[in-house]
Ligand binder design. Structure first.
Ligand code: KIV
Ligand code: ZN
Length: 530
């Protein structure tokens, strides 16, 4: 027996979505996305418009032939050739669906087709009848339904259901509807089409006024039980109903809608990311459900509430959409609670004096930086612990690198060692590149037994003159234990940044040796996380 509370999710990312500028996909990409849509649990995949091109036909056919556990729809205009071609593309599917359409609005009938209402009605019925000769699973769409005369629309819906359409889709083709009047239109059809219960009523909303999801929800309230939607809301012009938004609205407000979908919501974000990766078009950070900021909080008041109970500022669990956890973005709006919580999660517990010093340093940094990352916090912890005094043992006085295609990279490094009365020491070394040569020279000068365990390079500005930021971790045996230290530096020259970050890490190792057990615990915490 049909579940009257189930909303069928009809995904048209590969058809309406793919036909919009910037979202074209090749066959391999379409197959990859179709596989993911199956994992996501959509009920129907509209795989394409087979008559549109040989490539479209091929892609629909390949998806139909391999996809299992999902219905595969092929779109066809209401004419013999389109329907034949669509059937040939989808007939290998486990459950193929022909989706045929023709406009019901006078604007289209008169100006585009130059036909009468009666002619169009007959074409619609003939198309459904032809589709039924291939499969029982025929869907019909009266295009531009929301600008059609409701009386004529009801007549057409009645006629196509009588001809055998098992799904009738009411498209808001130009995104003209407003939730209240779309709800009225769907109710009108339920009240005036005598055989309406013989079909599932679907809606297909475009987002020209930013109302596609709201209109789809209004239609569900009026009795619609299929939603046509796309991943990330892509589609013609301003796009279609966003799958992730409609699914999570239904789920989050089940108390209101009393319906459900079979979507595995944990696959929502992976699906969204896959589409962005394939098309190279990312979603805006504030996009509902799947945007980078959708589960990120920066306000101090919100962060404080969330840490006490996630319900205070979150209506959905990030895990439910496939994100491991919410992020508290640390920046100038963050409060002490959030910052200290992040420190604790990184393994640090500071005493009152250290905390006060740390928080002052944090605020100063946050004022000059959009976002404070874990690496920044670690550096600040080190500084807070060492009271900001300059206790660095080694100071790099000069670095000169020479390299070329036919000469081995060479570094000349001069360092002052405070333990040796700040005398300048100089070494030359060759290596596999400028950084390696410099590190070897530094090792010769300092005699350190520390070795680099990680080395990360990030370009923090763009262009060939980008500033390079280098983070490195070093490890050294000390009193039977392994000490680890984290160093960082930024410079326009990557080799110089690399050498400075190595020396910075060596200085921290020296701090740790001086700092006794407590200092080593803190600093090892700093470095162990990097
Ligand atoms: O927007 C529309 O009307 C369509 C139909 C083909 C359903 O995409
Ligand atoms: Zn559309």
């Amino acid at each position: 027996m049909a579940d009257k509370d189930k909303v069928v999710i009809f995904d048209t990312t590969l058809r309406d979505g793919e036909q919009s500028p910037g979202f074209t996909m090749n066959i391999k990409e379409k197959i990859m996305l179709a596989d993911q849509l199956i994992k996501l649990g959509v009920d129907v995949i509209e795989a394409g418009f087979p008559i549109a091109s040989d490539g479209d036909f091929e892609a629909v056919k390949m998806i139909a032939d391999r996809a299992r556990g999902v219905q595969i729809a092929g779109l066809a205009r209401a004419n013999e050739k389109d329907i034949d071609v669509a059937w040939n593309a989808i007939k290998g599917a486990e459950n193929p669906r022909i989706h045929t359409f023709i406009s019901s609005s006078d604007i289209h009938i008169v100006h585009q087709f130059k036909k009468t209402r009666e002619e169009v009605l007959n074409i619609a019925v003939d198309a459904v009848t032809q589709g039924k000769s291939f499969t029982n699973n025929v869907e019909f769409s009266p295009m531009d339904a929301t600008r059609s005369d409701p009386v004529y629309l009801a007549e057409m819906v009645h006629a196509v259901i009588q001809a055998g359409a098992v799904t009738v889709n009411i498209p808001d083709t130009v995104g003209y509807a407003i939730p209240s009047d779309f709800n009225r239109l769907i109710r009108y059809l339920f009240e005036h089409v005598p055989n309406i219960n013989d079909a599932i009523i679907s809606v297909h909303c475009h987002n020209d006024l930013g109302l596609a999801v709201a209109n789809s929800l209004a239609a569900i309230e009026a009795g619609a039980r299929q939603i046509e939607c796309t991943v990330n809301g892509i589609g013609e012009r301003a796009g279609n109903t966003a799958m992730e938004e409609i699914v999570m609205a239904i789920r989050t407000r089940e108390d209101l809608f009393h319906v459900h979908t079979d979507i595995n919501t944990r696959q929502i974000v992976p699906t969204s990311r896959l589409l962005s990766n394939i098309t190279g078009v990312s979603v805006q950070p504030n996009k509902a459900i799947v945007g980078g900021n959708a589960f990120a909080h920066e306000s101090g008041i919100h962060q404080d509430g969330l840490l006490k109970n996630a319900m205070t500022y979150e209506i959905m669990k990030p895990e439910d959409v496939g994100i491991s956890k919410s992020t508290l973005v640390l920046g100038k709006h963050s409060g002490r609670h959030a910052v200290l919580d992040r420190l604790a999660s990184l393994g640090f517990t500071l005493d009152k004096e250290e905390t006060d010093r740390f928080f002052r340093l944090f605020k100063a940094l946050a004022d000059s930086k959009k976002e404070v990352f874990d690496e920044d916090l670690m550096v600040l912890v080190g500084e807070a612990f060492f009271k900001g005094e300059d206790q660095r043992r080694y100071k790099v006085e000069n670095v000169q690198i020479s390299t070329g295609m036919f000469s081995p990279p060479m570094a000349m490094v001069t360092i002052k060692d405070r333990k040796k009365g700040s005398a300048e020491q100089f070494e030359v070394a060759h290596g596999n590149g400028g950084v390696d040569a410099g590190v070897i020279a530094v090792k010769k000068i300092t005699g350190t037994t520390a070795h680099i365990t990680s080395f990360n390079l990030v370009a923090i500005t763009g262009g060939s003159d980008a500033v390079a930021e280098v983070h490195c971790t070093v490890a050294e045996e000390y009193e039977g234990k392994e000490l680890k230290a984290f160093g960082s530096s930024a410079n326009i020259d990557v080799s110089i940044a690399g050498i400075h970050s190595f020396v910075d890490a060596l200085n921290k190792l020296e701090y740790m040796k001086m700092a006794g057990q407590r200092g080593r615990e803190i600093m090892n915490g700093v470095n162990g996380k990097v």
